[in-house]
Design a protein around this ligand. Structure first.
Ligand SMILES: [Zn+2]
Length: 376
């Protein structure tokens, strides 16, 4: 990665040249907030139309599930979005099978949050425990490669395992807690996670480990097409059809299900807490708070001045991160000095490795243009 750009920060949001691909217009406004504001200004469907679409979806899911034990599969992480989505699905009369991908890094709080929800709603639940030996070697390969995408195997694993499990149980719908509020601004170099790019994945595993990708669930663009078009499995984003307020959802879950906080965004996993909270801002100069605050500025929830003040605070608690780094090294079976060596390697992104981004982009574009009208 060669990010030698002269420092510049956007005049409107707080994204800056820590995203090597950022583009500024003549007014000093960046491509991220320009796109985010354009999306916000697009005409939103009326609450009535959303309600109608949502009713149609519910009817379809229930009709397809008739006579079956479950009518949908839902992945659950223990975080607010996925827990609230499960509650909402059950409240709407759906009969979900819950699944959690256990990659070995769950925090105790996340596990307890899932258990409380499952017990109270009396749902069936599968904990898909990943083959740790293989997964550990794969994650270590990403660490040794010095790529920022240490979480790629987990994100691809969740996508693959939910589809596998839905097909196994002959379930036609995956109902997800993913939502457009949560997506917001995020440069692709900071997280290549949405890309189903097996060329990049297999290159890193092949070059930096002795392991072959076998038991750990994985899926590329062809695999996803197989589940979508041959198995007819559809994914529905339930929270996009309601007026979803995350703070209210959090308070509700606390009250009703004894749900507990686990710290930062997605820190229900220890490796995520370590990687996003510490390694990304220090080694890669990628501070997730910068992207989140920029999304909030666009939505009118935070002023730019307040965001800048917030960014002056350190992104992590140094003492807690030192303990966490030792925990991560121990779990990987490497010494603390070995971990320091890996973290000191020059930072890299997907661009530094063979990848098929162009092809995946082309397939996504094609899919969107064909199914644009049918997406709801
Ligand atoms: Zn901007």
């Amino acid at each position: 990665m060669s990010n030698n750009r002269v420092y510049q920060i956007c005049n409107r949001c707080v994204m800056d040249t820590s995203d090597e691909d950022i583009v500024f217009d003549a007014n000093g406004n960046c491509n991220h907030c320009t796109t985010a504001l354009e999306n916000l200004q697009k005409e939103q469907p009326s609450p009535e139309l959303l309600q109608q679409q949502w009713n149609n979806i519910l009817t379809n899911i229930k009709a397809k599930g008739q006579g079956k034990k479950y009518d949908c599969l839902m992945g659950i992480s223990g975080g607010v979005d996925s827990c609230y989505a499960v509650y909402l699905a059950v409240q709407q009369g759906l009969r979900p099978l819950l699944m959690h991908l256990d990659n070995g890094w769950d925090s105790e709080i996340a596990v307890q949050n899932i258990k409380n929800l499952v017990d109270k709603l009396k749902l069936d639940y599968i904990s898909y425990v990943i083959d740790w030996q293989e997964f550990k070697e794969i994650q270590l390969a990403f660490l040794k490669s010095s790529s920022v995408d240490l979480e790629y195997p987990t994100d691809i694993g969740i996508l693959a395992s939910t589809h596998q499990m839905a097909a196994k149980h002959k379930i036609s719908y995956i109902v997800s807690g993913g939502n457009s509020n949560a997506e917001g601004i995020l440069p692709l170099t900071w997280g290549y996670h949405p890309m189903r790019d097996m060329k990049y994945y297999k290159y890193i595993v092949g070059k930096y480990s002795k392991m072959k990708l076998k038991k750990v669930p994985h899926i590329g663009i062809y695999g996803e097409a197989y589940y979508k078009f041959i198995k007819n499995i559809r994914t529905m984003y339930i929270l996009n059809y309601i007026d979803y307020d995350k703070d209210q959802a959090r308070a509700f879950l606390k009250q009703e299900f004894g749900w507990k906080e686990y710290g930062g965004k997605h820190h229900e996993s220890k490796i995520t807490a370590f990687w996003q909270g510490y390694v990304m801002p220090t080694k890669f100069n990628m501070d997730y708070r910068r992207a989140t605050l920029s999304s909030q500025i666009c939505a009118g929830q935070v002023s730019r001045a307040a965001a800048i003040t917030k960014l002056m605070e350190p992104p992590f608690d140094a003492g807690a991160m030192e303990t966490l780094q030792q925990y991560v090294a121990k779990k990987f079976g490497i010494s603390n000095s070995q971990m320091d060596e890996y973290l000191a390697l020059p930072p890299k992104t997907y661009k530094d490795f063979p990848n098929s981004k162009g092809f995946v982009d082309f397939c996504f574009g094609l899919y969107r243009s064909i199914f644009k009208k049918k997406r709801i």
